[in-house]
Write a protein that binds this ligand. Structure first.
Ligand code: AHR
Length: 503
């Protein structure tokens, strides 16, 4: 029996924060060099700064509101002062996260300038590995201070009179991970991060400080939130999902992220009660994606070549963020270019991966107010996933796995009331490999929709279809209008955003 969807436009969850469609650029593989910055490009693809204009255009289409930088694991041995000032004086350094060399030809000033061109807000992750609090304060002063002090004057000397006003600063990256330079236990991290947050806020009280969490369902999250709740605005969590060669596992994986968000929300509430504080602390899911590091190792640049199954997984990820709009206020896809990314460049151009298209549809259409949709499950045999354990993969070594079984359905949905209040948009993934469903969509009690629905569909008959330089963009959005008679025919393994007009 087919599942049915019930939509009441009065059942608001929360406004969808546009920052859930944010990006992440790390000094890793070809993300920065050869991705966003390609000064030696001889094919007319760069501006006078050496920035790839085709990449900027593709990211502008995604309306990326915030970009996290410069890592990731990279930041934990990064000396930010190597990356400013005249380029010929910038030192080359050994790089300990991905075991390469860092030329420092792209640094803080270039990143800010690139963000301005993109129209995105910069978000800086601080080095809590080899970096000191003094370095962190100097970085903040360099970026944000208008005072007559050393680092603010150094910024001016480098040609940037006005402060950058970088609003988002996070306290280290995956400090819990054995792969991290400067790994700490939760207690040591919390003590240190508390003092950093305090000092950073003294220098610039206007910033938003973000704690380094784990998956949201780890003990690390509980312990760090308990200490850091009074001094942070957001708690960052990370998760990557992976197919293990199995489509069902691939598309159901984001259920682990949803569980992590729910647990984080509860841990935030608990920490606030224990600290006796009443302020907003939200979740910043600042690394997420489909990534199999065996297939695409970080040391080799992590260039995943995604197929349609991965695009459906990415759509399921984004449904999670829209459904959890009450607590997830920022999410950064890892990463924005080349490295586990929806965009792949070559010296002569770029192509958009299958995963680009769901991201684009969400960023452009799934804005407004998140609605609490109901999807019926009359027959668990037919519409609820009962396959292998829902997987999780936390980069490199997972210490914690989510509960073995999570409730998941073949039809995965989220919905919004558009910013104008005139449309209802439903993002619907039919995750089933072979079964198409005729899905009744019932509006009410006091809502009626027009006689047509606009369908923005991402689909191919071949679930393994990929886009590429030679293949072209076989998987992309196709838009059509259909007569609306109350039932939507969702093809097997398809993603679509349905746009209904309220009448
Ligand atoms: O995004 C790739 C890497 O995954 C990041 O550097 C790190 O934070 C995570 O382990």
């Amino acid at each position: 029996m087919s599942p049915s969807i019930h939509i009441d436009p009065a059942r608001h969850v929360a406004p969808v924060d546009p920052r859930i469609y944010s990006g992440f650029t790390e000094h890793m593989g070809r993300c920065i060099y050869g991705g966003i910055y390609d000064p030696d490009n001889v094919n007319g693809l760069v501006d006078t700064n050496g920035f790839r204009t085709d990449v900027l255009d593709a990211l502008k289409e995604l309306k990326v509101p915030v970009v996290r930088y410069p890592g990731g694991n990279f930041v934990s041995s990064y000396r930010w002062q190597d990356g400013i000032g005249p380029r010929e004086n910038r030192p080359r350094r050994p790089e300990l996260a991905w075991l390469t060399e860092e030329s420092n030809q792209f640094g803080t000033d270039e990143f800010i300038q690139w963000c301005r061109l993109l129209g995105a807000e910069p978000y800086i992750c601080l080095n809590m590995g080899t970096g000191t609090l003094e370095d962190a304060l100097a970085w903040l002063e360099y970026c944000n201070s208008s005072a007559n002090t050393h680092y603010a004057n150094l910024r001016r000397k480098n040609g940037h009179a006005d402060p950058y006003g970088v609003k988002y600063w996070s306290l280290g990256n995956e400090v819990w991970g054995p792969w991290q330079v400067g790994q700490m236990n939760a207690e040591d991290y919390s003590k240190k991060a508390y003092q950093w947050a305090k000092a950073l806020r003294l220098l610039d009280p206007s910033i938003q400080v973000i704690s380094c969490g784990e998956t949201g369902f780890a003990d690390w999250d509980r312990i760090t939130l308990k200490t850091l709740a009074p001094v942070v605005d957001m708690h960052s969590i990370h998760l990557y999902t992976v197919s293990q060669g199995n489509h069902d596992v691939n598309v159901m994986g984001p259920a682990a992220a949803e569980k992590g968000i729910e647990i984080s929300k509860a841990l935030i509430e608990l920490a606030k009660i224990e600290a006796g504080i009443d302020k907003e602390i939200t979740v910043c899911f600042d690394e997420w994606n489909v990534w199999d590091p065996v297939r695409a190792p970080g040391e080799k640049g992590a260039e995943e070549h995604y197929d349609l199954s991965d695009a459906l997984a990415v759509a399921s990820w984004l449904n999670v963020f829209v459904r959890k709009a009450d607590v997830v206020k920022m999410a950064c896809i890892a990463q924005s270019v080349n490295v586990i990314s929806p965009i792949i460049t070559s010296p002569t151009g770029l192509f958009k991966q299958t995963t680009y298209y769901p991201l684009h549809l969400f960023a452009t259409l799934m804005q407004g107010t998140s609605l609490s949709l109901h999807i019926s499950a009359p027959d668990p045999e037919s519409d609820t996933y009962t396959g292998p354990t829902v997987p999780t993969f936390v980069a490199n070594l997972a210490k914690h796995t989510p509960p073995a079984s999570l409730p998941t359905k073949w039809i995965d949905i989220s919905g919004v009331l558009s910013p104008s209040g005139q449309e209802i948009r439903v993002a619907l993934v039919n995750r089933h490999k072979t079964t198409a469903w005729d899905v009744p969509i019932i509006f009410g009690p006091n809502a009626e929709v027009g006689s047509k629905v606009t369908v923005h569909e991402v689909w191919s008959a071949d679930l393994g279809e990929r886009n590429g330089f030679t293949e072209g963009e076989k998987v992309r959005t196709v838009v059509r209008e259909e007569e609306w008679k109350g039932v939507y025919h969702a093809k097997a393994h398809s993603f679509q955003v349905l746009v209904f007009t309220l009448v």
